[in-house]
Design a protein around this ligand. Structure first.
Ligand SMILES: [Zn+2]
Ligand SMILES: [Zn+2]
Length: 136
């Protein structure tokens, strides 16, 4: 059984996930853009993996967008996205950026591209830097 560890920015919350992470999607929908504050969310999905809060379970808050399937779990101190169960508890959704363990998996695809931000165009072609650019 594979095990993954993760947590939030302020280190109040730590979790362990055991099992297979079946899918990995980059979602550009309007809810994921708000949720992540970025061009897309990067979420792993599993219908079989188990989630254990190692610490800080009492700091985890959940928010469900009314009349949608979109749910977000986050640390009540630092706001970092955290894993949560969706689809009536049958689907574990793990924000890939919250993992501390290495991930031997690449995204399966970009989804809801029809919803993408207007600046989200050929991002792979944008100039890259290994550090914050000099002089900006
Ligand atoms: Zn935190
Ligand atoms: Zn989405």
């Amino acid at each position: 059984m594979k095990k993954y560890y993760g947590g939030c920015l302020c280190k109040s919350v730590k979790y362990e996930v055991t099992g297979e992470l079946e899918h990995f999607y980059l979602c550009h929908c309007k809810y994921c853009r708000k949720d992540s504050g970025s061009a897309h969310a990067a979420n792993l999905f599993s219908s079989t993996a188990k989630l254990i809060w190692i610490k800080g379970a009492d700091k985890v808050r959940e928010f469900q967008v009314e009349d949608t399937e979109h749910k977000k779990a986050f640390c009540s101190i630092c706001g970092s996205p955290l894993p949560n169960f969706q689809a009536e508890g049958t689907l574990l959704v793990i924000p890939a950026g919250s993992l501390d363990s290495p991930l031997d998996k690449k995204p399966d695809g970009h989804i809801f591209l029809s919803n993408k931000a207007d600046w989200d165009e050929n991002l792979a072609d944008v100039k890259t830097y290994n550090h914050f650019p000099e002089g900006s």
